[in-house]
Design a protein around this ligand. Structure first.
Ligand code: FDA
Length: 343
């Protein structure tokens, strides 16, 4: 209930302005976001590397409807990767980049304008509001132009990553982007074999997707899925999502690819350990979010496993923060109290 209430409220532009404009939000943002600048991102990456952790950096922003913004986002990644390389942080892949295809133009239409998401019939259901707030979009699938623009920008970023001795992982977003994101990753892998893909256990399609992806060398991040989706596309109950995660986990861990197990859930981490498969610690990694269970990140790494921390930075943190709050009811209560107490 609380989660739905937040996500519905978050869809409102007034709430967005109130949240982004208040200092009450700052402490919560600082917990989950490295800072606004590439210098902040590099500093956090350096500190995490010193603590024996791997890093993936995400320049915040998504659902871009402006061609210039998409190009600027790609340029930001190229700049960041150059900076990280100059600091000696990237060679061999200890620090890589995570990119959302919608941040680099996936939703752009034929003229570089927004895809037809805004011309759809208005949908006033709560589900629509939640999808919007969660960072999803209620419109149709990306067009070929958007796919082409996003692919070109991602190629630019993957080239900069390869020059820096590292790679890129393409995040998973709303289910309508899944086919396009998988297709883009697949096409990039022809030139950049280490480009990673993300799959969401919450989606019904994912078990079939991971079977296709469990091929030699493929880097696949498995997460639960942070987007509110319709029941036709996704499992509703948390335990069904967890069961799907466990099934996908087994497929990936038994396959010849490179699994990236992205969860903070102690039960799923224990299941990964208990699979008893003949895998060396260097043949897969755990991944967790910056600010979430940091002691556990260090504990697992100290025990000899590889742990990568997903570190977002940049000014456009609102949708990312809303997803993090929705995952954790106690955060949500704290956040709502801080908003109310500011008057
Ligand atoms: P679950 O939500 O059950 O949490 C397990 C425990 O972890 C909680 O009990 C709590 O202790 C702690 N926890 C979890 N979230 C917390 C939070 N926000 N604040 C504080 N504590 C928290 N999703 C997506 O759709 N596309 C993507 O590309 C990615 N990428 C990605 C990368 C990485 C490295 C991670 C770890 C996660 C993602 N996700 C994602 C997000 C993912 O889908 C999921 O929403 C979150 O990881 C929360 O799910 P858990 O598996 O942690 O389980």
């Amino acid at each position: 209930m609380l989660r739905k209430a937040l996500m519905s409220a978050a869809a409102s532009e007034r709430v967005r302005e109130a949240v982004m404009g208040t200092t009450a939000t700052r402490a919560i943002v600082e917990r989950y976001v490295a800072g606004e600048s590439s210098e902040d991102a590099v500093a956090v990456a350096r500190a995490l590397r010193s603590a024996g952790l791997l890093v993936t950096l995400d320049y915040l922003g998504e659902d871009t409807t402006d061609a210039q913004r998409a190009a600027a986002t790609a340029a930001q990644y190229v700049h960041l990767l150059g900076k990280l390389a100059a600091e000696g942080l990237t060679h061999g892949g200890p620090v890589e980049a995570s990119v959302k295809a919608t941040a680099v133009g996936l939703l752009l239409g034929a003229n570089g304008d927004q895809d037809d998401a805004d011309s759809r019939a208005p949908d006033t259901t709560a589900g629509f509001a939640i999808r919007r707030a969660a960072g999803g979009y209620g419109g149709s699938s990306p067009r070929e132009t958007g796919v082409r623009i996003a692919t070109e920008h991602l190629e630019r970023i993957a080239t900069a990553a390869a020059d820096a001795g590292t790679t890129v992982t393409i995040d998973a977003e709303d289910h309508r982007t899944t086919d396009a994101a998988l297709r883009i990753a697949n096409s990039l892998r022809a030139s950049f074999p280490s480009v990673g893909t993300v799959v969401q256990a919450a989606l019904r399609r994912t078990e079939a997707d991971v079977r296709d992806l469990a091929v030699p060398g493929t880097r696949v991040r498995l997460c639960k899925g942070a987007y509110a989706e319709s029941i036709s596309e996704s499992f509703d109950a948390r335990h069904d999502v967890d069961k799907s995660f466990a099934r996908c986990l087994r497929v990936l861990m038994s396959g010849p690819g490179y699994p990236m197990i992205a969860t903070h859930d102690p039960r799923l981490i224990a299941i990964t350990r208990s699979l008893g498969l003949p895998r060396s610690p260097s043949s897969f990694e755990y991944q967790m979010l910056f600010g979430v269970r940091p002691d556990e990140q260090r504990r697992i790494a100290a025990a000899g496993a590889q742990v990568r921390v997903y570190v977002p930075y940049g000014g456009d943190w609102y949708p990312y923060l809303m997803r993090r709050l929705a995952e954790r009811p106690s955060n949500l209560a704290l956040f709502l109290r801080s908003l109310v107490s500011r008057g």
